[in-house]
Ligand binder design. Structure first.
Ligand code: HEC
Length: 128
C-alpha cells in the first residue's frame, strides 16, 4: 500500500488529526490509516479500479472520483461530512447507476465528527 499517491494530498488543509509539523506524506499516511481503521476502505478504494470479476459495479465510489466531482464545490466539505456521519440517502443516491445498490450506512458509531471532517477534507484533495 505504500506506493499509493500519498503525496497527492496537498499540504493546504487543516491537519485536524495531526501535529502541525506533519509533512504531506505523513498526513496522507495517517489519513489512510484512519480510513482503514474506521472501515471506510471495506467499501471504498482510493483509485477507481477495474470492473469487479463478476462484472458488477464497485460497491462505493472511489475517493478520487469523489474528489473530482466535488472539488470546485465550496460547500462539499460540510455536506459530505454530514453524509459520512448519517449515511447516504437511499431516496437521493448521488452515485446511482455508477456503484452498487448498497447505501453508505451511518458512520457516526465509528468516527467522531472531527475524524469524519478530516477524512472528507483529505478525500477532497485526492485529485491528480
Ligand atoms: C458499507 C459500505 C461503505 C462504508 C463502510 C463507507 N462508505 Fe462511503 N459510500 C458508500 C456508498 C455506497 C456511497 C455512495 C452513496 C450515494 O450514492 O449517494 C458512499 C459515498 C461516500 C461519499 C460521497 C457522498 C456523496 O454525497 O457523494 C463520501 C465522502 C464517503 N462515502 C466517505 C466515507 C468515509 C470517510 C467512510 C468511513 C468513515 C465511508 N465512506 C464508509 C459506501 C460506504
Amino acid at each position: 500500500m505504500r506506493h499509493l499517491p500519498f503525496a497527492l494530498a496537498a499540504a493546504t488543509l487543516t491537519l485536524a488529526a495531526l501535529p502541525a509539523h506533519a509533512t504531506p506524506a505523513e498526513y496522507g499516511e495517517a489519513m489512510f490509516r484512519l480510513a482503514t481503521e474506521r472501515g471506510c476502505l471495506a467499501c471504498h478504494a482510493l483509485q477507481p479500479g477495474a470492473k469487479r470479476a463478476d462484472g458488477l459495479p464497485p460497491i462505493a465510489p472511489a475517493w478520487v472520483d469523489i474528489a473530482r466531482r466535488y472539488r470546485d464545490d465550496p460547500a462539499a466539505s460540510e455536506r459530505l461530512t454530514r453524509a459520512v456521519m448519517s449515511g447516504s440517502n437511499p431516496k437521493a443516491r448521488h452515485w446511482a447507476g455508477k456503484v452498487s445498490e448498497a447505501n453508505m450506512p451511518p458512520n457516526a458509531g465509528v468516527v467522531t465528527l472531527r475524524e469524519a471532517r478530516a477524512l472528507v477534507n483529505w478525500i477532497l484533495v485526492l485529485v491528480p
